[in-house]
Design a protein around this ligand. Structure first.
Ligand code: ZN
Length: 481
């Protein structure tokens, strides 16, 4: 049995910011013409001076608090020097833990669902480099590349964990939980392309650590780790040494490949950033922020159970999709019926949106709004429609955006509670399903079959309780009936 140790280095953009970390260029660089969102500061022209974005300090501090980190009284920025085409200044302004000065967060702990704790070694605030766009064939072909500096200088939060993970499943759990936390904090919209990236280091059986870089979405992380474990196992089984190296993840071929050795031999020559003074956060800063912290996923989970009396299972499904949980609470404001509404959302509603959850605005662009779901719940509760019909109505609302009452009126799908009408349906089922009727007299299980037939006969509109009662009374009635 081999022992696997995995550590993560996560980069999350602070997508909530209007501007970059040190200049007033737009924080949202997406969909802009290449190299149109740049200025003398983010391009590092001589004489330009960085000005720190105060909101970025607040967001990164909130992230540190949420991940159980200590936040120091004062912070500093450093220059990490290296030459790479995506870095117009030839250095990145970042943080560094030396001489008793630490980054914005250190020594944190973050708990997985099974109560296992993952240690966070540090959280730092830094700037994103530009974007290199490789031409077809992936980055290891290296024929041509284009550079777009629109992203250069965007605020990034780097989160570094200790190698506390023992397998890809734990990593996935952690990243899911982290995404939810970042979204609840309002720091990062993790569904935006390239907003979260991850480097992973994997070592096996106490051997050398292999770093995998360039994993551009949390989804790919698990695949990269699985590939790397298989690769290292096969090296290990052949009694070869696992080399200490940096590898890249090729998300098209789904393999890791060795980075050129030149790229590993960095000497970053960190030194304090002379253009940004030491920033004293002050004693009230953290305590004030703690009071203003948005509700975190765990707290929201507890609240859903206590206030709305939902099951743990249902609460989990809602909380694990922040947008769905928000939608749920908006609906409650219109009609307070937590169980019914949660039930609609986590079953039929969720099955209809499942395909779209990858897109960031999937709920915003829907024709179905909280108003629709509130009305649908009222119709069910008022015994106007059956739950079976409710699903069909929901499908129609998804397509047309019409209100449930309109759909019900136009499609004549009100529930049938009239005993005579239901009795007619029961009679006709009894006439056609003679052997099932005989069965049902001996075997109670078979009654459900008859009920199903009656529901089908009425297009799902019969009140199932009444139908069941009528079937039962007919079954126990004297033979000649
Ligand atoms: Zn700029």
């Amino acid at each position: 049995m081999s022992m696997v140790m995995i550590g993560l280095e996560i980069h999350a953009q602070i997508t909530a910011l209007n501007s970059k970390l040190f200049c007033s260029c737009r924080g949202n660089y997406r969909d802009l013409r290449p190299n149109s969102n740049i200025c003398e500061i983010c391009c590092g022209l001589p004489g330009s001076l960085p000005i720190i974005n105060q909101k970025a300090i607040e967001y990164s501090t909130m992230t540190s608090i949420a991940l159980g980190c200590k936040v120091p009284d004062k912070i500093m920025f450093y220059r990490k020097n290296y030459f790479y085409p995506d870095l117009p200044k030839n250095f990145q302004i970042t943080q560094y833990n030396v001489y008793g000065i630490s980054s914005i967060g250190i020594e944190g702990k973050y708990e997985l669902d099974d109560a296992k704790q993952i240690r966070i070694s540090r959280i730092q605030l830094e700037e994103d480099p530009g974007r290199i766009v490789y031409s077809e064939g992936g980055m290891n072909v290296r024929n041509t590349a284009l550079i777009d500096y629109n992203r250069a200088g965007v605020a990034l939060i780097e989160i570094v964990t200790e190698p506390d993970f023992t397998g890809p499943k734990e990593v996935r759990q952690f990243l899911n939980k982290l995404s939810l936390t970042l979204e609840h904090l309002g720091v990062c919209d993790t569904l935006l392309e390239g907003s979260v990236r991850c480097d992973v280091n994997v070592s096996m059986n106490g051997g050398n650590k292999v770093e995998i870089k360039n994993i551009n979405s949390f989804k790919e992380v698990e695949k990269a780790i699985n590939y790397e474990i298989t690769r290292q196992s096969s090296v290990y089984n052949r009694n070869l040494n696992i080399e200490l190296e940096t590898r890249h993840w090729d998300d098209k071929k789904k393999i890791t490949f060795k980075a050129r050795s030149k790229e590993e031999e960095h000497d970053y020559r960190y030194f304090p950033e002379p253009d940004i003074p030491v920033i004293v956060l002050g004693s009230d800063f953290v305590s004030n922020l703690k009071q203003r912290m948005p509700e975190l996923p765990n707290q929201r989970f507890e609240r859903f159970i206590l206030k709305y009396k939902l099951s743990e299972h249902t609460s989990n499904i809602l909380i694990n999709d922040k947008k769905l949980a928000d939608f749920f609470e908006s609906t409650l404001k219109l009609h307070f019926s937590p169980t019914e509404i949660a039930n609609i959302l986590v079953t039929d509603f969720k099955s209809l949106i499942e395909d779209d959850t990858e897109s960031t605005d999937y709920l915003k662009n829907l024709k179905v709004k909280p108003e629709h779901i509130a009305e649908l719940a009222k119709l069910i509760e008022g015994n106007k429609i059956s739950r079976i019909t409710a699903k069909d109505i929901l499908v129609k609302i998804f397509e047309s955006g019409k209100l449930p009452s309109e759909v019900v009126n136009s499609s004549n799908s009100y529930k049938i509670a009239d005993e005579k009408t239901i009795m007619d349906a029961v009679q006709s089922v009894f006439d056609t399903e003679k052997s099932a009727v005989e069965d049902a007299k001996k075997n109670r299980e078979a009654i459900n079959f008859l009920l199903g037939k009656v529901m089908k006969f009425t297009n799902g509109r019969a009140d199932p309780k009444i139908a069941m009662r009528l079937i039962n009374s007919k079954l126990s009635a004297p033979e000649k009936q």
